[in-house]
Structures are given as structure tokens and as C-alpha cells.
Design a protein around this ligand. Structure first.
Ligand code: NDP
Length: 291
């Protein structure tokens, strides 16, 4: 068997062109969607993510504002900027790129963002509302995974889903969304006793471990849908050393799985697409006087 490839680039292109049309319509009504992005410090990967997000906004007709702070910035300065952006009616989404330098308390920073502008969906109130099925915004990466499943015609209701990883930004909200969609969900993590015993039962396997090539073909049920969230580099000694790879050994897994996302070109582009979707949705609510 060779798995069907769930192409996140193609789905993103389709959804982004729909979002660009919605952004143009809102702009014509005098409400151009606006996203403010705050980057603190000199993390090279974060700088690339922010650049990609800003470029995607511009392409979709969303106004982006970027605020850079040095590694030794004071938390008070960033919190003051967030307060200013919360009050700015031209800003519909506020994103603080994580991780923040060690002197910052991430929780305090994320909760300073107005719930109505929390387009990443990381605010504690949004997390709580997500568990009740009604967040102001769905967190982008798990929401992007749900879209991949939806557009890939993968049945979720009644399926056995396994999520590997329990982080606040991927694993936990992923498990909640799958549960709400009717899957029976198992969440695995570093303390799980026999990971393969769980992954081999999964009709839908979502992997968000941050461990290059950790999931091999022998850990996948034949015909399963495999969603690889991981973004790592092939290890030294590998023929593709240094290039981007996922948590799943894609070449081996695609011979067993029924459908699979590649890395790159799977979940990654969908994360940014859902950020754009949340920003456009926030602007739509503002245009309709929803807040
Ligand atoms: P974290 O490091 O916060 O979480 C990793 C999770 O994997 C933890 O819950 C950890 O368990 C679990 N884990 C680690 N090792 C094992 C193991 N050997 N067996 C079972 N579970 C294990 O990472 P994130 O959730 O932030 O990200 C995960 C991956 O997804 C990363 O590669 C990241 O770069 C990528 N990512 C990709 C995005 C995209 O848009 N494509 C967006 C966000 C992240 P424990 O809790 O016990 O430590």
C-alpha cells in the first residue's frame, strides 16, 4: 500500500485564496483585518516563523504590524505594547511569538492579550472555553489538523485516535478537538509505558513529540491516517542530515498508512492559514459590532 498524501500546501492555497476574498470584502467595508506580531529576542527559528506569518498576511490582504524587542527587553515594555494593541480598533489579532526569553513569564504575557484578539487561542480563558466547545478562537495547529482531516474525507466520529504529545499548544487542544468531533482519544507522552501498543491501535495517529523520525512503520496500524506535526532536522549521519523532517519516518510510514501528511508541506502551512482565518474572523466580528 502507498498512502494517500494529505497535501497541506494545496489545502492552504485554497483556503488562503478564500480568506483573501473575505479580507478584501471587509476592507471594502472599511475594516481591513489587522494582525500585530510581537517578537522578543534572537531565536533564529522564531524570526523565520514571524517572517512567514507576516508574508502570509500581506499576501492575503491582511495588514500586519511587527514589533521587535531585543533579548534583554523588559517584560513591562512588552506588556505596555500589548495593552496599547488591545485598545487599538485597527488591530484584530495579537500574537506573541513563543518561546520568550527566560525572564518572561509566558503565562502572564499570554493572558495580557485581550481574549477577543487572542488569535493563537492560547489565553487561559480560550483554553477553558475550548474544553466547553466554544472558544473565541481555536488554536491554530490543532485546528489546522482538523481541517486536513475534514478536507481529506477522513472519518473522525467513532474512530480510535491517538495523540502523541500533551503540550498546551498542540497535544492537549488536539485531544479536545478530536474528542469533540466524536473520536475516542488516547493521549500519550514521555511517561507512556508502551507507546507502540497505543499507536498501533490508532485509526488516526497525530504525532507532536518533537523527536525526529521517532514513529516507524511498525508503530502504525495498516491503513491508518497519520498526521505528523513535528518539525525537526534529520540527524547527523542521515543521508538528508540537516533537512527538515517530522516525528514520523515518512518514507517507511507511507508504505503502511492509508493517508499521511508530509513534512514539510503538511501541518506547517495549515498552522499559518488558521492564524489568518482567526484574524479575518476577528475583523468580521468587529465589522458586525460583535465586540
Ligand atoms: P513539546 O516539547 O512542548 O511537547 C512534546 C510532547 O511530546 C510532550 O508532551 C512530551 O511528553 C512528548 N514526548 C517527548 N518524547 C516522547 C517520547 N519518547 N514518547 C512519548 N512522548 C514523548 O512540543 P510541542 O507540542 O510544542 O511541539 C511538538 C512538535 O511539533 C515539535 O517538533 C514542534 O516543532 C512541532 N510544532 C509544529 C507546528 C507546526 O505548525 N507544524 C506548530 C507547533 C509545534 P512529556 O509531556 O511527558 O514531556
Amino acid at each position: 500500500m502507498t498512502a494517500r498524501i494529505l497535501d497541506g500546501n494545496a489545502l492552504s492555497a485554497k483556503l488562503r485564496s478564500e480568506l483573501a476574498a473575505q479580507a478584501a470584502e471587509l476592507t471594502a467595508r472599511g475594516v481591513q483585518p489587522g494582525l500585530a506580531v510581537i517578537l522578543v529576542g534572537d531565536n533564529a527559528a522564531s524570526a523565520v516563523y514571524v517572517r512567514n506569518k507576516v508574508a502570509a498576511c500581506e499576501k492575503a490582504g491582511i495588514r500586519s504590524l511587527k514589533f521587535d524587542y531585543p533579548q534583554d527587553a523588559q517584560p513591562a515594555a512588552v506588556l505596555a505594547k500589548i495593552a496599547e494593541l488591545n485598545a487599538d480598533p485597527a488591530v484584530h489579532g495579537i500574537l506573541v511569538q513563543l518561546p520568550l526569553p527566560p525572564r518572561f513569564d509566558e503565562k502572564v504575557v499570554l493572558e495580557a492579550i485581550s481574549v477577543d484578539k487572542d488569535v493563537d487561542g492560547f489565553h487561559a480563558e480560550n483554553v477553558g472555553r475550548l474544553s466547553q466547545g466554544q472558544p473565541a478562537f481555536f488554536p491554530c495547529t490543532p485546528h489546522g489538523v482538523m481541517k486536513i482531516l475534514e478536507y481529506g474525507d477522513i472519518p473522525v466520529t467513532g474512530s480510535d485516535a491517538v495523540v502523541v504529545g500533551r503540550s498546551n499548544i498542540v497535544g492537549k487542544p488536539m485531544a479536545m478537538l478530536l474528542t469533540q468531533a466524536g473520536a475516542t482519544v488516547t493521549v500519550c507522552h514521555s511517561k507512556t509505558r508502551d507507546l507502540a501498543a497505543h499507536t498501533r491501535r490508532a485509526d488516526i495517529l497525530v504525532v507532536a513529540m518533537g523527536r525526529a523520525l521517532a514513529i516507524g512503520a511498525e508503530m502504525i496500524k495498516p491503513g491508518a491516517t497519520v498526521i505528523d506535526v513535528g518539525m525537526n532536522r534529520f540527524p547527523d549521519g542521515h543521508p538528508q542530515a540537516g533537512k527538515l523532517c517530522g516525528d514520523v519516518d515518512f518514507d517507511a510510514a507511507k508504505a503502511v498508512a492509508g493517508a499521511i501528511t508530509p513534512v514539510p508541506g503538511g501541518v506547517g502551512p495549515m498552522t499559518i492559514t488558521m492564524l489568518l482565518a482567526n484574524t479575518v474572523e476577528s475583523a468580521r466580528r468587529a465589522a458586525e459590532g460583535g465586540r
